[in-house]
Design a protein around this ligand. Structure first.
Ligand SMILES: O=C(O)CCC(=O)C(=O)O
Ligand SMILES: [Fe+2]
Length: 545
């Protein structure tokens, strides 16, 4: 068969091709294995954090974000065709527990949580990137700031530049240009630092093996990323009304790709606008609404400042505040008076009762709720929506669900001096806040036309909010009109009046649950209604009383 040399010579080319293809395959396979290896190492290292009793991976927003992102997309990409048992496992998991693995939407919600935490607590973006959520929270009792920090093992929870760009893109996609600008700037800054490192490496070492140098395709990808970042930034600045800076950024983008029509058009448009629009004056970032917030900027600013413990009640209100052991003339409470702190005496009356439940009772209530939890929605029953305003899961517990629930209801009756029996109250509403979970400023009372209460008569008159957990940072309950910040104190109960004595809703009862920075916040609401309490809290004679 191979009697002729010329046929044998052809075979050399065949084998050469096989070697060439195999080399390519090996190179690709090696780099794929390397990427899987570093991916697995990172995940493994982060999972170790959960073994540490003091903080679980998912109680840290960056940790939770990274894990949700990995499970919603990265793992699926990594395991594709790499190793059959992994693919089988993921497929089986997805079909057997359908809906349990996070989705792309979950990943986007987690990104929002990080953006919101940064904004509300004015966290240093570089600290977030490093996984260090330092909070310089001022306490209520002095000027010295106490720093709450949740530092984790060095470098364990770092955000990579792709993550930063993704966060910026989430903000951008949701018209949150204020945050988009911040995160895009950070993203570009990191890209620049990266370029510098590569430049230095190039200068210093022989990169013939390709280890230090960028491959052409790598370079190309980076240039594209930088171009998109500049484009997004230019547009975000433009939407914020910062025309001059938008123009500078678009010019930088144009330098990278001079033929890009859209960018060239944007430059022309901006130049025209700048010529004719000096009337815009200075840009005030604070005039732009926050698309994630329901309330006006002024209200949101107040809410956020209270979450940061930056505001105090008016001095005249503060002077009248008291701490005492309360027995309310009640024989049960005389035996064991409850440590009570009055946080506001009037409009609304706000009182914090310490140690009103035990750790075991709190645990029982949580355990009973877990199987009943569903995502909290807001609005009326016809058009309820999931929203950024209230990010939590909730369950309703009946007094009959557990002796503990009934016992706690009775205790609330004793502490408040109000009728807290099932005919005068709603079921116990248990809430567990999710990543960055919050409840924006709202009233608990309902407008007359808003809701019918079934057999419970009258409006919500008082809220008794039980804290079933501690949190490491964030999550305070705040009252933006009364200027009160109540930190989460496990086993304490917060009582405030929702209605004036006249029966009108008290606008000053406006309150909110601040975003949780680190930890898992559990609370339970007991709403006490007017019906059955006519003689316990008497009507006032004037509508404003
Ligand atoms: O979680 C909080 O601190 C407040 C909760 C609240 O206001 C509510 O559920 O109505
Ligand atoms: Fe509320």
């Amino acid at each position: 068969m191979y009697s002729s040399m010329s046929r044998l010579e052809k075979l050399v080319a065949v084998e050469e091709k096989l070697v060439e293809l195999s080399k390519e395959f090996l190179k690709e396979e090696k780099s794929r294995l390397q990427s899987l290896e570093s991916f697995v190492e990172t995940a493994d290292r982060q999972l170790q954090l959960s073994a540490n009793k003091s903080m679980s991976l998912v109680h840290h927003p960056v940790g939770a974000y990274l894990m949700v992102k990995r499970l919603s997309s990265d793992w699926l990409q990594q395991v594709k065709s790499v190793y059959q048992p992994l693919t089988d496992y993921v497929n089986r998991y997805n079909s057997e527990y359908h809906g349990q693995l996070p989705t792309a939407e979950d990943s986007e919600w987690s990104a929002h949580a990080i953006l919101r935490l940064q904004e509300v607590y004015q966290l240093d973006i570089r600290n977030i990137i490093g996984g260090q959520m330092e909070l310089g929270l001022k306490t209520n009792d002095g000027p010295s700031p106490t720093t709450v920090s949740a530092s984790v093992e060095e470098n364990a929870l770092q955000l990579k530049k792709e993550d930063i760009f993704e966060l910026a893109r989430v903000a951008y996609r949701n018209n949150d240009y204020r945050n988009a600008v911040k995160w895009l700037n950070e993203s570009l800054q990191m890209m620049a630092e990266d370029e510098e490192t590569v430049e230095n490496k190039k200068d210093g070492e022989d990169t013939a093996d390709g280890s230090g140098a960028l491959t052409y395709s790598g370079n190309d990808k980076k240039a594209k990323l930088k171009f998109s970042a500049l484009q997004y930034l230019g547009y975000s600045l433009y939407k914020q009304g910062d025309l001059e800076n938008a123009l500078t950024i678009y010019k930088k983008a144009s330098a990278l790709d001079p033929k890009h029509d859209e960018v060239r058009d944007s430059i022309k448009l901006l130049q025209r606008k700048i010529r004719s629009a000096n009337m815009f004056g200075n840009v005030n970032n604070d005039e732009h609404p926050r698309p994630w917030a329901s309330a006006s900027n002024a209200k949101m600013n107040k809410y956020m400042a209270l979450c940061r413990h930056e505001l105090k009640p008016r001095p005249d209100i503060q002077a009248r505040l008291k701490c005492r052991y309360q027995s309310s003339g009640n024989p049960y409470l005389l035996l064991g008076p409850v440590k009570t702190e009055v946080l506001s005496r009037k409009k609304p009356e706000i009182t914090l009762f310490y140690d009103v439940i035990t750790d075991e009772e709190a645990q029982t209530i949580k355990n009973r709720s877990i199987p009943k939890m569903f995502r909290s929605r807001i609005g009326n029953s016809v058009s309820e929506v999931e929203s950024h305003i209230r990010i939590s899961q909730q369950a309703w517990l009946h007094d009959k669900d557990d002796e503990v629930v009934a016992r706690v209801s009775r205790r609330i009756g004793l502490l408040t001096g109000l009728n807290a029996s099932p005919t005068s109250t709603e079921l116990l509403q248990v809430l567990n806040y999710g990543l960055g979970g919050q409840y924006e400023p709202h009233h608990d009372f309902m407008d007359a036309e808003e809701k019918m209460w079934g057999t419970i008569l009258g409006n919500r008159m008082a809220t008794f909010l039980l804290y079933l957990s501690d949190v490491t940072a964030g999550g305070a309950t705040v009252f933006p009109v009364a200027n009160v910040t109540v930190p989460v104190v496990k086993n304490a109960g917060l009582l405030f009046m929702d209605l004036l004595r006249s029966g009108r809703g008290d606008e000053n009862s406006l309150h909110a649950g601040c975003p949780v920075v680190i930890g898992s916040k559990w609370v339970a609401n007991k709403w006490i209604h007017e019906g059955g309490n006519e003689f316990r809290r008497k009507c006032g004679l004037s509508p404003d009383e």
